[in-house]
Design a protein around this ligand. Structure first.
Ligand code: ATP
Length: 279
């Protein structure tokens, strides 16, 4: 049964410091969540958030960081996982997700790939079919949330245009926030700082110089790949050194500027100009 596949909701371990840049977004999401969950009686209306933008830009990370900072349980589901070939099972899965979250309040439900769960009904040509029933179930659950202050929903998608407009009406996923690529050096630097927080950097590393070697328009996931690659290169060099000169194993892998340089040479940005033109 799908219910067994759902991870138990729990408070994530992603702190604000793990999220580089995106400070306006952090503030806006935090404000909305606090307003809806903590100050509900003062809140004008309930609203969910839809984070949209290219893959790897930090949508999941942001949602988890908000849950961590507010000490809220977090239940993450991917749209396609809920869909099931058996009649009635997909909408039952949606119901199950909300039941699980209700049993773990205060809780954020994070719907990744929301477009696959709630595609525009006009386009899917599925009137009265499974998608229609899934969307109806989702709408019923969302509308029920208005009375509860302890559950909050965040959706994420790369294709907001494919989502059924009924999902985006007031009181549902009505706050659309764009999460974009790191365009300028300043945002790239903030993300690099967050990603190398637990690194032991060699004294020759100045992250501003490293960032100056990066191409424009990178996602957080691209920068993560640069950092993890640089760390692996440093590890490889260290292993070579240890096997050659037999020196003792240090307490940490020191990452140097040439490790970053090599990692950057091998980097292929994941989001192309054409992809970005779409947003
Ligand atoms: P998808 O659309 O593919 O689900 P996403 O937008 O949810 O992507 P995340 O899963 O949040 O992207 O990001 C992928 C990884 O990239 C993160 O686990 C993290 O390592 C890194 N990352 C992305 N954005 C940032 C950021 N702003 N600061 C630090 N790390 C980041």
């Amino acid at each position: 049964a799908y219910s067994e596949a759902i991870d138990a909701p729990k408070i994530p371990k992603v702190s604000w410091e793990d999220v580089g840049g995106l400070s306006d977004l952090k503030e806006e999401i935090m404000r909305t969540v606090i307003c809806c969950m903590v100050m509900m009686p003062l809140c004008f209306s309930f609203s969910g958030i839809l984070l949209y933008g290219p893959p790897g830009t930090g949508k999941t990370l942001l949602a988890k960081a908000v849950a961590t900072e507010c000490s809220l349980n977090f239940l993450s589901v991917k749209g396609p996982e809920l869909l099931n070939m058996y009649v009635g099972q997909s909408e039952e899965n949606v119901r199950e997700v909300f039941n699980r979250a209700r049993a773990a309040v205060p809780c954020i439900i994070f719907f990744d790939e929301l477009d696959s769960l709630a595609p525009n009904r006009g386009r899917s040509g599925d009137s009265g079919g499974v998608m229609d029933r899934v969307i109806s179930q989702l709408l019923a659950e969302l509308d029920g949330l208005q009375k509860s202050s302890q559950l909050f929903v965040i959706g994420a998608t790369n294709r907001p245009d494919l989502i059924d407009p009924a999902l985006l009406r007031p009181g549902r996923f009505d706050k659309l926030l764009y999460v974009g690529v790191a365009e300028d050096k300043e945002s790239q630097l903030s993300i690099m700082k967050a990603l190398t927080r637990r690194f032991q950097l060699r004294s020759d590393v100045n992250l501003e110089d490293v960032v100056s070697l990066l191409p424009a328009k990178l996602t957080g996931a691209d920068l993560y790949s640069v950092c993890s690659h640089a760390w692996l290169i440093a590890l490889r060099t260290l292993i070579n050194k240890l096997t050659h000169d037999g020196s003792s194993v240090p307490s940490a892998v020191e990452v140097g500027v040439e490790d970053f340089r090599e990692a950057i040479i091998n980097l292929t940005p994941s989001v192309s100009k054409e992809d970005l033109a779409y947003f």
